[in-house]
Design a protein around this ligand. Structure first.
Ligand SMILES: [Zn+2]
Length: 186
């Protein structure tokens, strides 16, 4: 293979990506191999006609820091890993065809039972965990309707004032966004 050098030193990111690689080509069904493509080692189809390249990208998600009229924040308790049993902002992964704002609104409805209106962007966070890397877009918003109804990845829903947040909050991004709210920096 002309584009494969004799010796390859993987970066940590490449090694992590290849662990998630396809074994067989999803386009033609032939075996996938490790090969240099577009500047780094990737999973590439072994078929010389197909040459499908698997790009392992960060997952993109959205969450919302939703406030009630009496300035309490809506949190859900996670019923699944990662961070099972901790409290966090309602949120989840984007689906094709959604804007990140739509994702945040949908996930809030699914996990908490509350409808929310997006008011603005807090920040865009990058993270890495055992599942790979991801980008989380965190909005702030106002609760506009609905009632507490935990579902999906959540087994409890509650509103917390700025001085009575639960001690077990998951995810560095959530801690940062909540700190900004408490300090009046939204
Ligand atoms: Zn193929």
């Amino acid at each position: 293979m002309a584009d494969t050098p004799d010796e390859i030193t993987l970066t940590a990111e490449e090694a992590a990506s290849l662990r998630q690689g396809f074994r067989y080509c999803p386009r033609c069904g032939r075996e996938m191999t490790d090969r240099l493509a577009y500047g780094r080692l990737r999973r590439v189809c072994s078929d010389s006609e197909c040459r499908f390249v698997q790009f392992i990208d960060p997952k993109v998600g959205a969450a919302v820091l939703a406030l009630s009229d009496d300035n309490r924040v809506l949190l859900v308790r996670r019923s699944a890993d990662p961070a099972r049993g901790t409290w966090c902002l309602p949120g989840g992964f984007m689906e094709i065809g959604e804007t990140p704002q739509t994702t945040a609104i949908r996930e809030c409805q699914e996990e908490s039972g509350f409808t929310v209106e997006i008011a603005g962007l807090i920040d865009v966070y990058y993270y890495e965990n055992y599942r790979g890397s991801g980008v989380l877009i965190v909005y702030h918003g106002r609760i506009s309707g609905g009632a507490a109804q935990p579902n999906d990845d959540a087994d409890a829903v509650a509103l917390f004032g700025p001085d009575d947040l639960p001690p077990d909050i998951g995810f560095a991004s959530n801690l940062d966004a909540l700190a900004r709210w408490r300090e009046g920096r939204l």
